[in-house]
Ligand binder design. Structure first.
Ligand SMILES: *Cc1c(COP(=O)(O)O)cnc(C)c1O
Length: 405
């Protein structure tokens, strides 16, 4: 048996389909976001502009965050030294959980090593431990939620994306004594659309279901203090559980859930993915804490980001470059072909110093391949002009269809 041949056959199939992932090799410069040094070995210029970062506000280089991390590193050393239960709970973890609970107006919060792990562990544990539980999952939920639900072995019902009617219909098939979880996201990361949270809560309440909201692409970015879309709409109290990440707008790494004291204690006590792993380094917790505190006080990053998003959209419209309209900060430019999508991304990097990763299947459905741009407060007007000019040239070169302006 030649195992490498078995691996290679499947990799070759990915390459043929145009879905093989090639990573960029970049070195981000602190103080100069979104610029990065390009280590692609002669492929493209030495310096590029990053256009697809989930460090949406550039908080990964904010002086408060960097300084808090330095201080904690000097105080506490590198690692946490254990699981949360066995010597790995540092004062910074405790302070961060308090801050997160307060941010979302909840009684408690629980940290995980990533947003992925928080979804996987929380849904996995809830679905497995609530007897006879049925999980109602939005059709476009993130892989981490899907895997958590699968792992729970609970019955799973998939409802049509953002369709309150379909959710209502499916919930009504179960009696009032069946424990139910409605799992969904606020901002969907690939299309940038936003769930009708209030209506979903109405339907869930009507059927006695708990609500599980992934706000990963919204925390830090929406609401008066960056608590997310539920915060912006005054709905946080209606959600049973809000999940978020410290790795995107907060610019560090880690994940969390917030909810009632009993819910947090339940997951703290039963979630394997919380219990049996080394906790986040104290410096990471300190950095995330500084980032959250900053974004609770300051709205200027959010405002400037929204300005640059609007600016990019207007310029794309003027150039006839098709992009998905949506009410969020995510600007998906549709190419609808995996090979062209990769090719355009390569040319943007090599000839224009613009880094945007192609988004192909299975991240998005086949035929909806796209370039996903995430303008930040640090992208200048000149950066936007340069990007749109490059896309305009490539759209002609690659004979791609234009939007009707
Ligand atoms: C990125 C992402 C996650 C995972 O968060 P990480 O902190 O990156 O592990 C969870 N949910 C959604 C919708 C995401 O896009």
């Amino acid at each position: 048996m030649n195992y490498d041949d078995l691996f290679q056959t499947q990799l070759d199939a990915l390459k043929t389909a145009g879905n093989y992932r090639v990573f960029a090799n970049l070195e981000r410069y602190r103080g100069n976001f979104p610029r990065a040094r390009n280590h692609a070995g002669g492929r493209g210029p030495d310096e590029v502009t990053v256009w697809c970062s989930n460090d949406y506000l550039g908080m990964g280089q904010h002086p408060d965050v960097i300084s808090a991390m330095h201080t904690a590193l000097d105080e506490c050393g590198a690692g946490a030294g254990g699981t949360r239960n066995i010597s790995g709970t540092n004062h910074y973890h405790v302070a961060l959980e308090r801050e997160l609970a307060s941010l979302h107006g909840k009684e408690g919060a629980l940290l995980f090593t990533s947003g992925y792990v928080s979804n996987w562990a929380a849904l996995g544990t809830l679905g497995a431990r609530l007897p006879g539980c049925v999980i109602f999952s939005d059709a476009l939920n993130h892989a981490s939620m899907i895997e958590g639900i699968r792992h729970s072995r609970a019955e799973r019902r998939i409802w049509k994306h953002n369709s309150v009617e379909d959710l209502d219909r499916q919930l009504s098939e179960y009696g009032p004594d069946v424990p139910k979880i409605v799992a969904f996201e606020s901002v969907y990361s690939m299309d940038g659309d936003i769930a009708p949270i209030s209506e979903i809560c109405d339907v869930a309440e009507k059927h006695g279901a708990m609500t599980y909201l992934d706000e990963v692409h919204a925390v830090g970015l929406y609401g008066p203090q960056g608590g997310g879309i539920a915060d912006r709409e005054g709905l946080s109290h209606r959600l049973t559980l809000i999940e978020g990440t410290l790795g995107k707008a907060f610019g560090v790494v880690g994940g969390y859930i917030t909810g009632s004291a009993a819910l947090c204690d339940f997951l703290r006590s039963f979630a394997s993915g919380f219990i049996f792993t080394t906790s986040l380094p104290p410096a990471v917790a300190a950095g995330a804490l500084a980032s959250i505190r900053h974004l609770r006080r300051s709205s200027s990053e959010r405002e400037r980001q929204q300005q640059q998003v609007a600016r990019l959209r207007a310029k794309l419209d003027a150039a006839g470059i098709p992009h998905l309209p949506n009410p969020s900060h995510i600007v998906p430019v549709m190419v609808k072909d995996p090979v062209k999508c990769k090719m355009i991304s390569d040319i943007l990097l090599e000839q224009y110093g613009i880094y945007v990763q192609p988004i192909n299947y299975p991240t998005v459905p086949k035929g909806t391949e796209r370039l996903r741009f995430t303008p930040s407060p640090a992208h200048t007007d000149a950066d936007i002009d340069h990007l749109v000019q490059a896309l305009r040239a490539l759209w002609s070169q690659c004979a791609l269809s234009r939007a009707v302006a």
